[in-house]
Design a protein around this ligand. Structure first.
Ligand code: NAD
Length: 266
């Protein structure tokens, strides 16, 4: 990609994105520019051969795609700071949780290509599940650009902004549900006599492998479940306990409750 990539805010997410883009070859390290109010964060970016710069305006002058990767409460401030320097070549990509396209537009101006992305924490290990929506002057070319970038760090889907709360409830908050599930599975293994470390590894690898089977085969998860439940076998005995405990309803309720909370906070 010949685009230059800038980061306003060089924290955890910015680092994960930049490293992912470079590792997967979607951009070269010398085409990445980043700034932060904390010098140590700029030093981190220098350590993998990208260009730390001193001001947010310098990022905008140096790059075409500008990631807004500060905490949500600072988004308006940094956009207002750089707004006079925004041009048609710029695509602004905000990853800040809960900051709407309307408030991005209010801070950045009407004539800006805006993309709002909701990533999740596994971005830090190159496996994010993200969604994006477009605002301002952004068009399909901006969506394609952002898709190419996020393909390097996971998967991204385009949705209407009104569905971003549901994305927050599912994939945004989802890692916590799965961490809880892995912990509980590991506890089950320990209850059944496994050493803690082996039990946790088995639990995590089981989640990883099962997710990979769903993605790689494209089969309905119910069909994959049926394939491993033999008549009167061990697995159906376990599944029966999960059904008695209302596990499905608990997951549905969790996603729905988190979605409603995201709506309340928006
Ligand atoms: P972080 O605290 O690691 O990074 C933010 C960085 O912005 C910090 O290094 C901070 O020094 C810098 N900063 C603050 N004010 C600044 C300013 N005026 N100019 C330049 N830099 C400034 O946070 P993070 O976890 O990387 O999150 C960044 C954004 O990503 C947040 O808006 C968050 O909502 C969003 N997000 C994070 C996750 C996640 O899993 N961490 C998931 C989804 C969305």
């Amino acid at each position: 990609m010949d685009k230059r990539i800038g980061f306003i805010g060089a924290g955890q997410m910015a680092e994960a994105l930049a490293r992912g883009f470079i590792a997967k070859g979607v951009c070269r390290a010398e085409h990445v520019f980043a700034t932060d109010v904390v010098q140590a964060r700029k030093d981190v970016f220098r350590s993998f051969n990208t260009n730390p710069v001193d001001t947010n305006v310098e990022v905008v002058k140096s790059a075409d795609v500008i990631f807004i990767a500060v905490k949500p409460q600072y988004v308006s401030v940094v956009l207002q700071e750089v707004r006079a320097h925004l041009e048609d070549r710029h695509t602004i990509v905000s990853i800040a949780a809960g900051i709407t396209l309307q408030s991005l537009k209010a801070a950045a101006g009407d004539n800006v290509r805006l993309v709002r992305v909701m990533p999740n924490t596994p971005c830090l290990v190159g496996e994010t599940a993200a969604a994006m929506c477009l605002g301002g002057k952004a068009d399909d070319s901006d969506a394609e650009l952002v898709r190419r970038l996020f393909d390097a760090v996971g998967k991204i889907y385009r949705v209407d902004e009104k569905l971003l709360s549901a994305v927050t409830g599912l994939s945004g908050s989802g890692p916590a549900y799965i961490f809880l599930m892995i912990e509980a599975l590991a506890d089950g293994g320990v209850r059944a006599g496994l050493p803690r470390d082996i039990s946790q590894q088995l639990a995590a690898q089981t989640v990883l492998g099962s997710a990979k089977m769903v993605l790689d085969t494209g089969k309905h998860p119910g069909a994959l479940k049926d394939m491993v439940t033999s008549p009167a076998g061990t697995t159906i005995a376990g599944v029966h306990e999960l059904e008695k405990a209302g596990t499905r309803a608990a997951f549905i309720n969790a996603v729905y409750a988190a979605t409603q909370r995201a709506d309340e906070l928006a």
